[in-house]
Design a protein around this ligand. Structure first.
Ligand code: BDR
Ligand code: CA
Length: 305
């Protein structure tokens, strides 16, 4: 059982990751959800997760974190996720609210009392960097950070960088240099473990959670369809699938360095194999990954019928 904190910026794929976590209560004890400025503003991404909680009638505490990167300005990405940060689903207005406690205070309190906490980081790493800087004595309480971010060959936001690392490279560097064990799911493994567009038809069955996923895909797939692709990555899902079934992935251990600047290179991750606290996933059994995802949504559909 992983004592888990989810740090995210929902985000279509963040929610698909969250749903998969919720389906696996035997594996994940979710202590809280932290939000951070990333794919859109802190207010919008927080509202998105609260709307999903409202739709599913769940009460995982939500803590708002940093509203901008450590040194740079926030740069929302409406092309990838829409003006709301999660266009597609029409969800209820949230009655639930985020906690009065900030994400950083939440990390302080949880890590003061718990050991071996797993952080699933699906967004820029600003909250984690601030927590490590403010409470360095607590970082040993983190068992591992399993994150979606980085790229080995080419980027999705500039020539070499992936968005989550690019958005706050200074935070990413603090996290990778912290000595905390990090498992990184870069772009390449997310593409390898992606979903065929034709496979998304299975969510058009009218069931409650499938409908949410189908509505998420109604916007999320446009990017791939516009480019003539037959497949898309569900980026943030991959760290969750790795925690559930690590044998579905190939990985290497070593050290990841983060490039802080340069038009083409801000946020580039450079991986050197060999002694280091970092595990990098680089390939995945796509069909088995998708089977795991489909089973998770089926499980939730059963729970909500
Ligand atoms: C990452 O960027 C975000 O927009 C996605 O949710 C994912 O975390 C992919 O580069
Ligand atoms: Ca995300």
């Amino acid at each position: 059982m992983f004592k888990t904190i989810i740090d995210c910026d929902p985000g279509h794929d963040d929610i698909m990751a969250l749903l998969t976590i919720l389906a696996h209560e035997e594996t994940f004890e979710v202590l809280g959800i932290c939000t951070v400025a990333g794919n859109n503003t802190l207010q919008k991404v927080t509202r998105n997760v609260l709307q999903v909680e409202e739709y599913l009638d769940i009460d995982i505490p939500v803590y708002m974190g940093m509203d901008k990167p450590l040194l740079l300005d926030a740069v929302p990405q409406p092309a990838g996720h829409g003006e709301s940060g999660m266009d597609g689903p029409v969800l209820p207005q949230p009655v639930r609210k985020a906690s009065d406690k900030s994400a950083i205070e939440f990390y302080r309190d949880v890590l003061s009392r718990e050991d071996d906490v797993t952080i699933i980081a699906l967004a820029p790493l600003t909250n984690l960097a601030v927590m490590i800087k403010e409470y360095p004595e607590l970082k040993d309480k983190i068992g591992q950070i399993v994150l979606m971010g980085g790229a080995l060959n080419g980027g999705n936001i500039n020539k070499y960088a992936e968005f989550n690392i690019w958005h706050d490279p200074h935070a990413a560097k603090i996290v990778f240099d912290s000595g905390i064990p990090v498992v990184m799911a870069p772009l390449e493994v997310c593409y390898a473990g992606g979903i065929l567009i034709k496979e998304t038809e299975r969510f058009k069955n009218g069931k409650k959670v499938s409908k949410l996923v189908d509505d998420l895909f109604s916007f999320y797939l446009k990017y791939a369809i516009d480019r003539g692709w037959d497949k898309t990555a569900i980026f943030d899902l991959i760290p969750v699938l790795w925690l559930l079934r690590p044998e579905l992935f190939s990985c290497k251990t070593g050290k990841v360095d983060v490039v802080l600047d340069g038009e083409d290179t801000q946020g580039q991750t450079i991986f050197c194999e060999g002694g280091g606290a970092h595990t990098v996933l680089y390939d995945a059994d796509r069909e088995a990954c998708m089977k795991l995802f489909f089973e998770a949504i089926d499980e939730l559909d059963g729970r909500y019928s």
